[in-house]
Structures are given as structure tokens and as C-alpha cells.
Design a protein. Sequence first.
Length: 267
Amino acid sequence: MTSEPHKPSPRQRAFWRLRAQLRALYHGDSPGAVRFRLGVIGVDLVLIGFFIAAPFLRDTSAFLPLDLAVAAILAADMTARALAWRSLKSWITRPIVMVDLFVLLTLLFPHILINLAFLRVLRIWTLFHSDFFWETVGHRFDDTRWEDVTRAAATLVTFLFVATGFVYTLFVGEEGGVSGYVDALYFTVTSLTTTGYGDIILPGITGRLVSIVIMIAGITLFVRFAQALFRPYKVRFACHVCGLIRHEPDAVHCKACGVLLNIPNED
């Protein structure tokens, strides 16, 4: 006698249907799926606004309830994305997901990780570097100059607020003039642009080292942003022989190995 094949339980079937529905919403091309993803991105932007405004809200009675509500929203979104992904193991090892998990931890344990709360603005970087964003909002600009410009700008803005949060957390109230978040932001911008008015300084050797890092990183990120904005545009088309990805839009041969290319022309 042959044994009957194992039949999934109603709970298993319901779980599989849920995963299929989430996969259709997060990765599908239907108008409903696109509207859903636009809504998710809108919620992401609201959360980023909360992270930026958090230093001004920290001493209010509404901060902790808002913090926990944001944690619940982010946890629900990440759980849904994990279920929609083809494999939980491959999803959780992605760098963007790891950053989001850390952001979630700072929200779930605000009293323990309060000094690392400024790292929540890394959500700016994860949003604008995610395929989720470019396949939804930026699909018309995917693999174009504007994708490079947006990614470079997001990296620059993320660094600006991370550095501001670090300066605020470490040096507020110390000798040197950083008396609040706006002062920390002002110092970071003047250091990042190498303006250096000198009215606010960070005390001690640690302050000097932090200032040096902000200035060097700021110059690097500004140069990267300027390159993305002004350098001659190159399309992304992988050479099947040497793997070179960037080519001139009208290139016929790969400049690295000379093989004949066949770059699609969208004009």
C-alpha cells in the first residue's frame, strides 16, 4: 500500500496564502500593488520625519508613546517584507535589512539605546538605496543619472544627520558652545562644508578628531555628489565578456575588452 501524500493543514494553507498575497503586494506590478507600495513609502517618509524631529520631542510626554507606535509600524512592515521575500535567510542577511533591524532595536528599547537613537536616520539611506523604492517611485529613473544623484544626495543627508546626532549626544552641554540640537546641526554643516566659523568648537582631543572626520567625510561625500550630478552620464549595461558595467550611451564596443556591445536604445 502506498501512503497518502501529506496534506497541509488549514493553518499552513492560510500561511501560504498570506505569503502569496504579501508577495503580490510588495513585488507585484498590478495598480493595487503599486498604490500599496506608494502608501508604504509615504509611511516611511513620515517615520523619517519623526526620527529627524526626535531630539526636539524627547523631553515631551508624547515622545515615548510615539516611539512605541513607530516601533510597531516598523516591525509590522519588516515582518510583512520578510514573509514576502523568497527566503527569510537571504532576506535577513541583506545589509539594508540589518540596518533596519538596528533601527527597530533603538525604538523597542529607547531607554537602553537612547544614546544611539541618532542612528535611526540611517532609514534615509536604506529607503533611497532600496530596490523597493526604485521599482515603485523611481522606476522611470532606475539605472539613470537621477538614480545616482538621488543615492548620493541621500548618503550625504544621512551622514549630515548622523554626524549631527553624534555631536549632540556626545558634546551637548560641554565646553565649546553646543547647547542644543540646532547648535550641533550648525557645527556639523560648517565643519562638513569646511567653512569653520569657529564660534562653536568641540572640546578636547575627541572633539578635534570628530571635527576632522566630519570635514574629511564631508568633502568626500560632496565630491561624490558633484560627480553624480555633473560627470558625463554612462548607462549600466554589463559586458558579457569582462563584466564592465558602465559604458557611454552610444558605445559600440566595450572599452575594457573591445567586445561588440548591444546596448538598447530607448529613444
